[in-house]
Design a protein around this ligand. Structure first.
Ligand SMILES: Nc1ncnc2c1ncn2[C@@H]1O[C@H](COP(=O)(O)OP(=O)(O)OP(=O)(O)O)[C@@H](O)[C@H]1O
Ligand SMILES: N[C@@H](CCO)C(=O)O
Length: 310
């Protein structure tokens, strides 16, 4: 259940008074999600999502709202933030940062294998998202880039089993040879897992949860998506789906020659990133842990299988 903050009527009313959304019709807590408190908010003015940010420091939030505003203005289905009458996109509700964003139609397909048409739509949308991010004026190096992996690996090391240590030590050393800063890139979503994509039929109607976005190589973002959407339960790559993803992406943004040899290394880098993220959540739970524990072994298997390619 992802509603951590109770919303007294009076607080909500005074928060909404700053917006031009007409009177409140309905507000319903959203169960899905783990990081923030989310509510479906229906008003005379339309249907929205109200998010109370539970984890992110206030000063870091505007970047994510600016990214979604920019992408939505450039044709990408993502939740544009709603401005208050004073022009603000981030307010305060119950003493925490809060924002109202557009509610998007559609459902995630998390929990089932995507079909080829869905994967194709995903590849095209990701390439469109990358191209749409060109010209976005704010710089924000991927906070979970290579440096994060090195540092998180170092902190985790003493907590791990001998076999995990051996794998991690080898990855930390090997992955130094695949920097990403010289490749085509820009804003990447960096967490476009199935729970963050909404479909109606085979059409993508929404991409959400941009809170890991930052600047990095576009190919790396595609590799994150390939691991998350095109892996069998044993971690091996579904080559048919991955090829469809790749071709669909390429039909919108043709790859440059210098990207070609890096597809498998970046899937490996992306696997390491999410293995470490999940290990970090397991071994260093934050106070009052809000985040549901996702299985690190799933990403260890993906990492081990990707090592077979490069
Ligand atoms: N803009 C939106 N339009 C429609 N539905 C949304 C929107 N934002 C969130 N949702 C719904 O709310 C659910 C929870 O949102 P989200 O995944 O962003 O949760 P979170 O707690 O903020 O982040 P996380 O998934 O990382 O824990 C989503 O699965 C989706 O069903
Ligand atoms: N998508 C990430 C969690 C961060 O939202 C994972 O599956 O580990």
């Amino acid at each position: 259940m992802a509603v951590y903050t109770e919303l007294p009527d009076a607080e909500l009313a005074s928060f909404l008074a700053a917006y031009d959304l007409g009177s409140l019709e309905q507000i319903t807590g959203i169960c899905a999600g783990t990081e923030n408190s989310n509510f479906f908010l229906d008003t005379q003015g339309g249907r929205f999502v109200l998010t109370i940010f539970e984890r992110l420091p206030r000063e870091s939030i505007p970047y994510y709202l600016h990214v979604t505003e920019w992408l939505s203005q450039h044709g990408i289905p993502c939740p544009a933030p709603v401005h208050s009458r004073a022009g603000e996109i981030l307010g305060t509700l119950c003493g925490k940062p809060a924002a109202i964003v557009q509610r998007l139609a559609g459902q995630s397909i998390e929990g089932r294998v995507p079909n080829e048409a869905e994967i194709s739509a995903l590849g095209q949308l990701l390439a469109r998202m990358h191209l749409a991010g060109r010209g976005f004026p704010e710089e924000h190096p991927n906070p979970a880039g290579l440096g994060w992996c090195q540092e998180t690996g170092r902190r985790l090391f003493p907590k791990l089993s001998p076999a995990e240590r051996e794998l991690l030590a080898d990855e930390r050393e090997t992955q130094k040879q695949w920097p990403r800063d010289k490749l085509p890139g820009g804003v990447i979503h960096a967490d476009l897992f199935p729970d963050n994509v909404l479909f109606q039929g085979n059409t993508i109607t929404g991409t959400i949860d941009y809170y890991y976005a930052g600047d990095d190589a576009w190919l790396y973002d595609l590799a994150i998506v390939a691991n998350a959407w095109c892996s069998f339960p044993d971690g091996s790559l579904d080559k048919n789906l991955a090829a469809i993803l790749w071709q669909a992406y390429e039909s919108v943004r043709p790859f440059e020659r210098r990207e070609h040899g890096l597809w498998f290394p970046y899937m490996r880098a992306a696997a390491l990133r999410f293995w470490l993220l999940r290990l970090e959540a397991k071994h260093f739970p934050r106070g009052g842990q809000l985040t549901e524990l996702r299985d690190p072994e799933e990403y260890q298997r993906i990492l081990e299988r990707r090592r077979e390619f490069c």
